[in-house]
Write a protein that binds this ligand. Structure first.
Ligand code: MRU
Length: 355
């Protein structure tokens, strides 16, 4: 894998493009280096893509699905018989986001339908099709979400983790809804929760909001509930990594606390995600595998252009690092998808979005 240093674009304007397939390779912005520098990774094998996903250089549920789809295509270009191996490597990269499994299954099905000798071509065509579908879904869900929230005058929105163009093709998921509200002049302020331990809110959401010129403030995760209770937030809008058949939602750890605070304060808790994030085979949140990440992500913080790390606690402290939590459907005011909006807390079925 090659890492190419490009001109810093931290001061650049406009939406960011997280992934592109060009000259037989997948080029991905290394999100671990943001916001201090923009570095593009050149990925040429399934194992390169899997390791970029594992270390969160590529992250966000829809984006890892699209990257994995290209990963299968890259592997088949080297070895037309490599489908099973590529699928196994990529599926194992991260467990919680169902988009990853959906994507490799979709590409696998296209390969099995392909004429002899056409495996790699068919895989690449399917990966491009998935990429385009997810970008189109982002545009549609942004419109539905802004219609839903705009009518409720949600001018101050709190969000968690990063759900913009760095997390999903197009404009993203929750951040796409937020950007659409801003474009309609229906948004006053985004409150971004920093998202410990890896700071996707502080590093990535702030980076995207700055580029988009959207008014924002950064808060520590623990400040969110108090601000919500004090009436300083009109709606909480977040993304999702897997939605179970009963409407329970897995998303970045810390999401559940925001949901509890939102419901206690009587403001909407809105989840935005494409239908590729709904898992009809998963009955409820208890069946969702929650990724457990390394302890040193909790005990240390990485910062700055050179990626220096700092110890936050005493050596040897036992740390637990669940990367996601589950919010029960009863707290989810609305689930916004490219096919429209359902209200799980009011008893709507999320499966109706699958058509
Ligand atoms: O661990 P990450 O950064 O991949 O977690 C991402 C999230 O939790 C997002 O909220 C989710 O993937 C939806 S993004 C469009």
């Amino acid at each position: 894998m090659t890492s190419i240093r490009r001109d810093a674009v931290v001061a650049a304007d406009g939406p960011v493009v997280a992934l592109r397939f060009e000259h037989g390779a997948l080029w991905a912005i290394d999100q671990t280096a943001l916001p201090w520098r923009e570095t593009e990774l050149e990925l040429r094998r399934a194992a390169d893509v899997a390791s970029a996903i594992e270390r969160l250089s590529i992250r966000g549920a829809p984006l890892i699905g699209v990257a994995a789809a290209y990963g299968v295509a890259l592997e088949l270009a080297h070895d037309p018989e490599g489908l099973e191996r590529a699928t196994a490597i990529l599926r194992g990269a991260r467990p919680t986001a169902v988009n990853l499994a959906h994507a490799v299954d979709r590409v696998g099905a296209a390969v099995r339908r392909a004429a002899p000798g056409e495996a790699a071509t068919a895989a690449l065509a399917e990966a491009h099709a998935l990429h385009a579908d997810e970008a189109a879904a982002s545009a549609e869900l942004a419109r539905h979400g802004a219609d839903y929230l705009g009518s409720g005058a949600a001018r101050r929105v709190l969000t968690h983790c990063n759900t913009g163009a760095l997390a999903a093709p197009g404009r993203g998921t929750a951040l796409a809804v937020i950007a659409e509200l801003a474009q309609r002049s229906q948004l006053e302020l985004v409150i971004a929760a920093e998202t410990r331990p890896l700071l996707q809110g502080a590093r990535l959401t702030v980076y995207e909001l700055r580029r988009l010129g959207i008014e924002h403030e950064l808060v520590v995760d623990g400040a969110a509930a108090g601000l919500i209770a004090a009436g300083e937030v009109d709606a909480v809008v977040v993304g999702c990594d897997r939605v179970a058949a009963n409407g329970d939602v897995a998303n970045k750890v810390g999401t559940y606390s925001h949901a509890l605070a939102a419901v206690a304060a009587g403001i909407p808790f809105v989840v935005a995600g494409p239908t590729s994030t709904i898992d009809p085979g998963c009955p409820s949140g208890t069946a969702i595998a929650i990724e457990q990440r390394a302890a040193d992500e909790v005990s240390r913080v990485r910062s700055g252009a050179a990626g220096e790390t700092y110890e936050l606690t005493l050596p040897g402290t036992r740390c637990r690092n669940p990367a996601f939590d589950v919010t029960p459907a009863s707290l989810v005011t609305a689930l916004v998808s490219e096919h429209g909006v359902v209200e799980p807390a009011a008893g709507d079925s999320v499966l109706s979005l699958l058509g």
